[in-house]
Design a binder for this molecule. Sequence first.
Ligand code: TRP
Length: 331
Amino acid sequence: METVVSGIRPTGNLHLGNYFGAVKNFIKMQNESNCYFFIADYHSLTTHPTPEDLHGNVKQVLAEYLASGLDPEKAVIYLQSDVPEVTELYLLLNMNAYVGELERCTSFKEKVRKQPDNVNAGLLTYPVLMAADVIIHKAAKVPVGKDQEQNLEMMRTFARRFNRMYKADYFPIPQAYNFGEQLIKIPGLDGSGKMGKSEAEGNAIFLYDEPKVLKKKVMRAVTDAGPTQMNQQKPEPIQNLFTLMEVVSDKEALEYFDEQYNQCSIRYGDMKKQLAEDIEKFVAPIRERIKEIKADEAYLGRVAKMGADKARESASRTLNEVREIIGFRKF
Ligand code: TRP
């Protein structure tokens, strides 16, 4: 069975766009592959070195993924910082990672621009740690978005280089997991683009948004003055509302408002009210589960422990072999 690894940064909360994108795919993959999903808490220190509540952030993200359907019986779910083997492999890989190539990475250059007062070495070696995350499980596939392509390329470089330098056909070369056409792109509420892409206030609906907040966001979604011709094409902000309806509402509601739009008699207020209700219906059980899981420290403890044990089993196997290949020997 194919091994898949993906890391989750504990810096943002899940919104509907994540849910219908990455999370849905993780849930599908956990049934088909040997999956390792982890919370990249070490990585988060490269941009947030002194987090106010690191444990709280990790707990929130873990609870959200579990509430959304990640299953600790099917996938290995763990915290990066619970697997010290990863950091040891990171150290070893750092010896074969060149400063020049790391400095040329676009995400590094971007971070230098964004945080000129904190250009730390962890930021520079971010791709090395990411490579360690993946190849420690000898993974074949990494399900990440387009923004991670260069990190993936670096990962392949380090895996290939290790194999070449130590004349060992050891690490598989990880490939991007291609979601193909099945990915639904959830639009944001600010009239353009993907949910979560812009930081505009109210653009994204989070899984933990309370009903009132959620409704307010939907009611404030960008619209226009209304159609002026029968059956006219919908401009982006309007199409966005219909796309959201497609995923959360029933067919009748969708057809009703589509008809109203085509007849130029649509009332956006009514449509948004329906949409807000349907999103609430969809999100409510997930929100309740997030709360339940967050309150159940014992359960979270069991999940983290089980994940850490399984991840360390796989990781220590690789690390022992790597040490052997490089030439470390016990006296
Ligand atoms: N860099 C990834 C992100 O920003 C998170 C991540 C860390 C990751 N390690 C990984 C993703 C390993 C895939 C595999 O989203």
